[in-house]
Write a protein that binds this ligand. Sequence first.
Ligand code: 4NP
Length: 158
Amino acid sequence: MSTNNGHMKILMVCLGNICRSPLAQGILEAQVKRNRLDWKIDSAGTSGWHAGEKPDSRAIAMAKQNNINISNQRSRMLTPEDFIHFDFILAMDEKNYRDILRVCPSQELASKVHLILEFSEDRAVREVPDPYYDGGFQRVYNLLNEACNGFISGMVSA
Ligand code: 4NP
């Protein structure tokens, strides 16, 4: 992994960019702030279905319960330029990972893409489940919080 953890740029990606990746962005931003790191975090969706929209109200509420405000985020679609701009592109599930690679402009840049739960200490779960239809935002929050913690520890000690 080639990293520049002085001012790393990380892009969280899910399908709609209204549930999982906005939460992931908010959680990592909060942790980055707490650790006084100068990193930039953003999020995007492989679909443009919700482009321009705020995060899902359930995601906003889940974040708020943890003193994180994600209500200013707006959904946008992943672009080929994102693979140049960001150091890490973190996918929520396997389908998401494959959809992200379809947008990737070169083989080399594909090494920036990882499943976010690769960074969790507990490696039993590989995918962050899509909560849009079935709910489960607390579990999504817990999985993302754990992964973001692992990501920061991994980078800072690297
Ligand atoms: P997300 O959840 O990928 O975590 O933002 C979804 C949001 C919207 C839809 C699917 C998943 N949708 O079908 O509109």
